[in-house]
Ligand binder design. Structure first.
Ligand SMILES: Nc1ncnc2c1ncn2[C@@H]1O[C@H](COP(=O)(O)OP(=O)(O)OP(=O)(O)O)[C@@H](O)[C@H]1O
Ligand SMILES: [Mg+2]
Length: 404
């Protein structure tokens, strides 16, 4: 970012002093920045969040044209386009986009997974290959094993046979053997949420932050909560109302959030911890197609902006929602894969395999109907296994498909 800086660019958290005295890690001379104070400001990074605080300097610290209040932490929120501008007095210093990347990104790769419960195979050769910046939809009929597959991949259940790896830089970390190493990077939104109904959204998010980030000042926690909820589509007026609402639940008899708000509150709990890999089990169930699409659009934007690896099970998405996913993993009964590849190519693939037409159809409906109404199941799975169409369709093939 600026010269004399020894710490910036390292991965991990830091807290560095900017000024012209010797104690500063970013030491600037008055020739470089005429109005620089001895200790002008502090720059701090926690996971991928950057904060700045003005240390009561005479000439002030400015963020994107606005003077910062003294001795108050402000989050530097990365712009989707262009760069943030920080000024010490009248002099601009650059903020490198890479400063917002406190940690290398992570993907997921598994071998073919098998999971048996009392001799019944619930996962039968399904697998995942997902890279940062992509969204994968997992679809399939009710009870086919979607939630089970997510549980196997996120470390909640252990496959009877097969391995799950987090891929990060050159490393391949086995999720089940080294769960402690990867836990912080994994976010999981379960099918049924587990929020405490008596708390307000603000209280609940605050507890969550205190557990995830020890020693963060209350002021910073409040800023993170605001930022996360703004990213989830709550503007100024609605934000405070949302944060002050009691979560509630039908079981507890406490009236609280609406269905759509509840989903977003739930998602806020996951995003606030800044996962690198995000698993979501039916993040849109029970929502109208408009609200469902809003949620998926939000997921798409955080996935792109933060380079997350996102995977979600989803029921009956609209065409718009379906098309927001990069890849589709279509599961068939008994935990088998019928298709795994680019979501855009799925309908064409099945048209070719079955000789049917998807013209004018909702893609998700068409695909599930193929799995349900036709007696194609075994044939489709066999086609896919053999990769018979893989030269025309870039299907995602596993590392060891046939390993039992
Ligand atoms: N611990 C278990 N013991 C016995 N059967 C189980 C267990 N866990 C899952 N199953 C069975 O495995 C199958 C797959 O369940 P899973 O919850 O993964 O399906 P799903 O695709 O997520 O379904 P839905 O669309 O309804 O959420 C079901 O038949 C379920 O009853
Ligand atoms: Mg499920």
């Amino acid at each position: 970012m600026v010269k004399n800086n020894k710490s910036v660019g390292l991965s991990g958290d830091f807290e560095i002093l900017i000024g012209h005295c010797k104690a500063c890690a970013i030491r600037l001379t008055t020739a470089e920045v005429p109005e620089i104070a001895k200790k002008h400001a502090i720059l701090k990074r926690v996971r991928d969040r950057l904060f700045i605080q003005d240390l009561s300097s005479k000439s002030g610290t400015f963020l994107d044209g606005r003077q910062l209040p003294k001795k108050t932490w402000e989050e530097i929120v990365q712009k989707a386009e262009g760069r943030n501008e920080i000024k010490l007095g009248k002099t601009s210093i650059g903020i490198d986009a890479q400063l917002f990347r406190g940690r290398p990104r992570a993907g997921i790769e598994t071998t073919a997974l098998y999971y048996k419960v009392s001799d019944k195979l619930i996962c039968n050769g399904a697998y995942i290959r997902a890279t940062p910046g992509t969204m994968t939809a997992i679809m399939g009929p009710a009870g086919c094993g979607k939630s089970t597959l997510l549980d196997l991949v996120n470390g909640y259940r252990t496959p009877t046979t097969g391995q799950v790896f987090v891929i990060r830089e050159q490393q391949k970390i086995n999720v089940h053997h080294d769960y402690g190493k990867v836990r912080e990077w994994l976010g999981y939104l379960p099918q049924d949420d587990v929020m405490i109904p008596e708390l307000t959204v603000r209280q609940s998010l605050n507890y969550c932050l205190r557990l995830q980030f020890m020693g963060l000042a209350a002021q910073i926690r409040e800023r993170i909560i605001h930022q996360t909820c703004r990213n989830l589509g709550f503007d100024k007026e609605r934000l405070n109302k949302f944060l002050n609402t009691v979560i509630g639940s039908s079981e507890s008899g406490i009236r609280g959030l609406s269905g759509g708000e509840r989903k977003r509150a739930n998602l806020a709990h996951e995003l606030i911890a800044m996962p690198l890999i995000l698993f979501l089990d039916e993040p849109t169930s029970g929502l109208s197609s408009v609200d469902a699409d809003k949620i998926v659009r939000l997921l798409q934007s955080v996935t792109r902006l933060d380079d997350l690896t996102t995977m979600a099970t989803i029921h009956q998405p609209s065409r718009d929602t379906y098309e927001r996913f990069d890849n589709l993993l279509l599961m068939s009964h008994g935990g088998k894969i019928a298709y795994y590849g680019p979501s855009q190519e799925a309908t064409r693939y099945f048209e070719q395999v079955t000789g049917t037409s998807s013209v004018g159809r909702n893609p998700a409906e068409y695909l599930l109907e193929i799995l349900d109404n036709y007696n194609y199941n075994e044939k489709l799975i066999e086609y896919f296994k053999q990769g018979s169409l893989k030269h025309q369709f870039h299907l995602i093939m596993p590392m060891a498909f046939f390993s039992p």
